[in-house]
Design a protein around this ligand. Sequence first.
Ligand code: COA
Length: 173
Amino acid sequence: MNAAKMSPRKPADSATMVSELMMPHQVNNLGHVFGGVVLSMVDRAAAVAAMRHSGHPSVTVSIDRVDFKEPIQSGEFVTCLAQVNFVGRTSMEVGVRVEAENLLSGVKRHTTSCLLTFVAIDRDHRPCEVPRLDTSEPEDARRYREGQRRREVRELLDRELERERGPRGKAAP
Ligand SMILES: CC(C)(COP(=O)(O)OP(=O)(O)OC[C@H]1O[C@@H](n2cnc3c(N)ncnc32)[C@H](O)[C@@H]1OP(=O)(O)O)[C@@H](O)C(=O)NCCC(=O)NCCS
């Protein structure tokens, strides 16, 4: 890959917005939009941000955290705002904020927050290196540090559980 393609990029350069009007077939018996509908939008918005950042096809390797804070109703206009928080060698943590807008009153609510990890892949579908993140903006630097910490904690826990399971994974669920 040429040097320009690997030069550091700001999260704002790949930030992505995906919007959709929620319809009656997308709600459960309580009239709330299904979590899976929201997650599908979240995954698509995050995938676009990851591909814009890396310049490669990028696949979801993990949905790390989902917080459904408030229900969404049919007729609300839902917007997912995705941006890359942290990058490793081939992976990218993408944060997505979901807002629901009542089109009649104009009121917008923050309904959902998600963190996902994507991996950029090459022509052989193997992980490939992604550009560094330019975190010169203080808010981007904070998001980067928090993403890095989440990764460290996840890897620490994985190693601890692996040790507890032993070589043959006898204690695995
Ligand atoms: C993504 C995929 C190519 C990674 O292959 P792999 O051989 O596991 O790759 P590696 O072990 O080298 O890991 C690659 C990167 O992913 C990260 N990673 C792997 N598993 C992870 C997980 N569960 N959570 C977070 N990060 C993970 C690694 O830390 C590494 O990051 P780094 O390069 O920034 O250090 C492979 O797992 C895959 O194809 N998965 C299916 C993806 C898919 O189909 N998604 C759609 C959902 S159905």
